[in-house]
Write a protein that binds this ligand. Sequence first.
Ligand SMILES: Cc1cc2nc3c(=O)[nH]c(=O)nc-3n(C[C@H](O)[C@H](O)[C@H](O)COP(=O)(O)OP(=O)(O)OC[C@H]3O[C@@H](n4cnc5c(N)ncnc54)[C@H](O)[C@@H]3O)c2cc1C
Length: 399
Amino acid sequence: MVTFLVISCLIKLMSFTRTVLGTRGFSMVVRPSVYAQFVAGETEGEIADSMQKMSSLGLHPMLAVPIEEDLGESTGEQRYEDNLAAMLDCVLMSYVNGWSKNPMMQLKITALVSPELCVKLTSLLKTEQYDLNVLVRAMEGEEVVFPGLTESENTHLLFSLQRLNKIGEASVDKVRVLVDAEYTYMNPALSLITMAMMKKFNQQSAWIWNTYQCYLKESKNILLDAIQTSIDQSFCIGVKLVRGAYMDKERKLAQKEGRTDPIHESWELTNDSYNGCLEIMLNLISEKPERYMIIVATHNEESVRRAVTRMDELGLHRDGNSVCFGQLLGMCDHVSLTLAQHGFSVYKSVPYGSVDDTLPYLVRRAQENRTVLQGIRKERDLLRQELRRRLKEKITGAR
Ligand SMILES: Cc1cc2nc3c(=O)[nH]c(=O)nc-3n(C[C@H](O)[C@H](O)[C@H](O)COP(=O)(O)OP(=O)(O)OC[C@H]3O[C@@H](n4cnc5c(N)ncnc54)[C@H](O)[C@@H]3O)c2cc1C
């Protein structure tokens, strides 16, 4: 609780200081420890050292540019073009340095498409069907007119799809692009766009992945629907399986709008949902490892143990392409390192960027959950224990 409060206060202080100094001044003068804990740095030069260290420990860095927008924060076409350039740099950086033999990166669609349009598309999806083939044609530059959108919304969607097409073209056969899941009021639109990317780029292997949030009551159905679409439309599917990072805001919003809470009632139900989705994916992978891939993206030791046990039972390769594990930079290194030491493929999600761009990410890291912060405490206790052991060894000479 204390750690949570301290991080929240630090972030509030950061926001205040940013207002006083302005974005640039703030980035250069203030880099609080919470930034150092969860973000690798701002430039390639700054992050290269930690990437090398990570590689030497047997961990794969998975770069993420945590630029994102929520409702009311839209910044205009030029800013989305600038963000595209940042994403393309990220694709390049992910493979040219040889930090990982099977590079992956994360992508937030709301860095390239306005959240307002995503919300509108999400509500249209309740009544309209969008053909993935038509979206693919729009990605390739065809002047498609999408039903239900105004002229300016349609133009923005066409530009956005072309931006995503450029990312797909730059990364296919080189870097696996894992699209993040965000809020339920826009996830259906994000998934539609991601599925269109999968349809185009995942013919031979899963180069584009989607994220499935198991804290949602609907998570199992959403995953099963996606699998069915991939079968019907003949493409490979990559799944990032998470519990979900937006619980507090989702709950508050549902309560405010008088809707049913989209999140499972308890952590235990979220765990059951995570285990169920994991089981579905591991079984599919054991049958067709060339069509299905998963990253078990969690800090939860029980989930990790379950995945490891099931992989052994199903005879899945520890260092094969189809199953890997993921943790966030600054969280649960003991889990990542233990997995890597036992021959599993482990990715550490490495956000980089200015303090300003990474603020929403940092706020979530603080709010996300108290249980992960307990993980940090556990790590600290393990380090203390090891330090004490080594000191004792030095003093007494005993092993
Ligand atoms: C590589 C990677 C990528 C990620 N990408 C995304 C992403 O794209 N989108 C996203 O949303 N998150 C993403 N996450 C964040 C992830 O959602 C959180 O790190 C995760 O929720 C923390 O949970 P955990 O699985 O580590 O396990 P735990 O620490 O065991 O579980 C905590 C989680 O359980 C859920 N929970 C807690 N209490 C309750 C309750 N009372 N009722 C119901 N559920 C509860 C919440 O989701 C909470 O975050 C990613 C994480 C990793 C490691």
